[in-house]
Design a protein around this ligand. Structure first.
Ligand SMILES: [Fe+2]
Ligand SMILES: [Fe+2]
Length: 290
C-alpha cells in the first residue's frame, strides 16, 4: 500500500462530542468495582492525558501547513477532541486527588518523558504522537469491544472511558496521515526506521511508566510488594488482560503498508453512538481552549 490516506478515513467525519462527566457527585476512591489494581491502572493512564494530549495536538499542528484540505479539517477536529479529553481527564485527576491520591510522582514522570522531545526535531514529536495514537486506538478498540474491561466500574467514570475510546478510534488516522504528509519526500526505509524505533521506545516507556504509576497508587492504598505485582500483572496480562489482547494489533504497526484504518472498527463507534446520550458539538468554545 502506498502512503495515501486510507479510503476508510474518507467517509468518516470526526465529530467532537462535548460531554462532561462526574461533575455532580464525588467519585468513589476505588471507582473500578472496589478493585485496587483496576482503579490504579486507569488512574495512572488518566494522569498522562492532560499534558500528553496537549503534546499530541502541538506535535500534529506543527505539520499542518500544506496539508490537503481534508487532512487540515481532520487536524482541527482532532485538536478539538483532544482538548476536550484533556479537560475531562484533568477533572478525573482532580477527583482522584480529592479522594486522597497523590499524583505528583506520576505527573512528574510524564513531564520528564515529554521534556526529552524538546531537544529533538519536531518530526520526532510527530512520530511519537503517531505511535502513541496507535497505542491509544488499539487500547480503545479493546475497551469498547470487550465490556469486561469496565465491568463493575462506577457508571459515570466508565462512561468517560467509553467516550474517550470512541473518539480515539474516530480520529485514529489523523496523526498517521499527518506523518505521511510530513514525510512524503522520505525514502520508505528511512520512514519505517524512525517509525519503528520511536514505537519501540514509546512502548517501553508506556509499559514501564504505567506499571510503575499503578504500583505507586496501589502503594497509597496499602497494597505493596509481591501482592501488588501479582494483582497488577494478572489484571493487565491475564484477566481481563488488556496488554496481552492488544499485542497482535500493536505488532501490525511494523508491517509494510500499515495504516490505522486497515482495521475498520467503525462498528464499535456506531455501537457507542447508539448507546450514548447525544452531545452537541461546541467546536468554537473548545477550540479556543486548545
Ligand atoms: Fe484523547
Ligand atoms: Fe488521540
Amino acid at each position: 500500500m502506498t502512503a495515501t490516506i486510507s479510503p476508510h478515513a474518507a467517509d468518516l467525519g470526526i465529530t467532537p462530542r462535548d460531554r462532561r462527566f462526574g461533575r455532580d457527585a464525588a467519585t468513589p476512591r476505588l471507582w473500578h468495582g472496589g478493585r485496587v489494581e483496576a482503579t490504579a491502572i486507569y488512574n495512572a493512564l488518566s494522569t498522562t492525558f492532560p499534558e500528553g494530549e496537549a503534546f499530541f495536538v502541538e506535535s500534529v499542528r506543527a505539520f499542518r501547513d500544506g496539508a490537503a484540505p481534508r487532512l487540515a479539517e481532520e487536524i482541527k477536529a482532532f485538536t478539538t477532541q483532544e482538548a476536550i479529553h484533556s479537560r475531562e481527564h484533568d477533572a478525573v485527576n482532580k477527583r482522584a486527588s480529592a479522594s486522597g491520591y497523590d499524583l505528583t510522582k506520576l505527573e512528574a514522570q510524564v513531564e520528564k518523558r515529554l521534556a526529552v522531545t524538546r531537544d529533538k526535531p519536531p518530526i520526532v514529536s510527530l512520530a511519537a504522537t503517531m505511535a502513541l495514537e496507535h497505542f491509544t486506538a488499539i487500547l480503545a478498540h479493546e475497551l469498547l469491544a470487550d465490556p469486561r474491561h469496565l465491568a463493575g466500574a462506577e457508571r459515570e467514570t466508565a462512561e468517560l472511558w467509553r467516550w474517550h475510546a470512541a473518539e480515539e478510534i474516530e480520529h485514529k488516522g489523523v496523526a498517521y496521515d499527518t506523518w505521511l504528509h510530513a514525510t512524503r519526500d522520505w525514502p520508505r526505509w528511512k520512514r519505517w526506521k524512525l517509525k519503528a524505533r520511536v514505537m519501540l521506545y514509546v512502548t517501553r516507556n508506556f509499559v514501564v511508566d504505567r506499571t510503575a504509576g499503578a504500583l505507586e497508587l496501589m502503594r497509597q492504598d496499602g497494597v505493596t510488594g509481591f501482592r501488588a505485582w501479582w494483582l497488577l500483572l494478572t489484571y493487565l496480562w491475564v484477566k481481563p488482560g488488556m496488554f496481552r489482547k492488544i499485542a497482535g494489533a500493536w505488532l501490525k504497526f511494523f508491517l509494510p503498508g500499515f495504516h490505522p484504518w486497515n482495521e475498520d472498527d467503525r462498528h464499535l463507534l456506531a455501537a457507542y453512538d447508539a448507546s450514548a446520550p447525544a452531545a452537541p458539538a461546541s467546536r468554537k468554545k473548545v477550540r479556543s481552549a486548545a
